[in-house]
Design a protein around this ligand. Structure first.
Ligand code: 0X9
Ligand code: ZN
Length: 311
């Protein structure tokens, strides 16, 4: 498996993805149809016992939409590791097909390694007068759900710029393409962010609850409890709840709201652990990467099993 004792540059993550696809062609399919704004491949893996032939419910997990949230991509590659290289929970492949997209914003992720550690957005430019001096759109404001109405900005020089229109970003269109392709059978969608030790569910733009809130909460609690049971005493306990109420601010155009609005029953934003304050929280000490990957996978497993008992 990949090393989990330090944060890895994009090429190491991509080499891992390529090698897994090569080494396990029976269960793994690499998809790289689209390229990022700067031309990097957008890579995700489809993992299945039978090449997605038997219409099982799909679990989709993405990471790295926000570039500086470095703990996010390793939790997704770790899920790949657990499903392919070290399958200690075979029921999860019996019951579900999986789609794992570790770095949804590779341009931003590379930029945090080569230039600006605290970069959040994509690296695109558009027609806005300020866009050339201030590139980048917030991917988690760019989905077509109550787009650019709350917790967003029209100014490209801010971290929450919503873009010139919904789905202006090819990286966001790539995530959306997965959601659309498997809409009829996607059961769980999780987008990995940091930080705060939170499990958030819709609706995040106005704090109201969806029709499916009771189930969203039950499955969310199962995830949060499983993580807490695997966690370290020094880590914060997870809180589970509505996005706006639990994180304390509203934001529209977010992935978890959009996927739910399209009909995916169980959609969550995980805010993974961070220690420290302010922007320090985005740089979780690398000594904790392995721990967070293990406990986060525990949360995904518990959520998948909890959902299996309901659906
Ligand atoms: O603001 C965000 O995009 C997320 N927090 S982060 O610190 N990772 O940037 C929270 C998104 C919460 N979900 C919704 N507002 N729907
Ligand atoms: Zn984020």
């Amino acid at each position: 498996r990949m090393p989990y004792d330090n944060y890895q540059p994009l090429n190491v993550i991509y080499e891992y993805i390529d090698r897994i696809a090569e080494q396990y062609p029976e269960t793994v399919t690499l998809v790289e149809n689209l390229r990022s704004f700067e031309g990097r491949p957008l890579k995700y893996l489809k993992i299945s016992r039978d090449n997605f032939q038997s219409n099982k419910p799909v679990i989709f997990i993405d990471g790295g939409m926000h570039a500086r949230e470095w703990i996010s991509p390793p939790t997704v590659t770790y899920a790949i590791h657990k499903l392919v290289e070290n399958l200690t929970e075979p029921d999860l492949l019996e019951r579900y097909d999986w789609i794992l997209f570790p770095v949804a914003n590779p341009d931003g992720y590379s930029f945090t390694h080569t230039s600006t550690r605290m970069w959040r957005k994509t690296r695109s430019t558009d027609q806005h007068a300020l866009s050339r001096q201030c590139p980048g759109v917030d991917g988690n404001r760019n989905f077509d759900f109550a787009w650019n109405t709350v917790g967003t900005s029209n100014n490209p020089c801010t971290d929450t710029y919503a873009g010139s229109r919904p789905f202006s970003e090819v990286e966001v269109r790539a995530v959306n393409a997965v959601i659309e392709e498997y809409l009829d059978r996607m059961l769980i969608y999780i987008t990995m962010h940091s930080y705060g030790s939170l499990i958030l569910y819709p609706w995040g733009h106005d704090g109201s609850l969806s029709q499916n809130a009771l189930t969203l909460h039950r499955v969310g609690i199962a995830m949060g409890e499983a993580i807490d049971n695997l966690s370290l005493p020094s880590f914060r306990r997870y809180r589970v709840g509505n996005s706006l109420l639990t994180i304390g601010y509203g934001a529209s155009g977010a992935a978890e709201d959009y996927a739910h609005s399209r009909g995916v029953p169980l959609t969550y934003t995980y805010e993974l652990p961070g220690t420290g304050f302010g922007t320090q929280g985005f740089h979780l000490n690398p000594r904790y990467i392995h721990q967070v990957c293990i406990e986060t996978w525990g949360g995904v497993v518990a959520g998948a099993r909890s959902a299996a008992s309901i659906y």
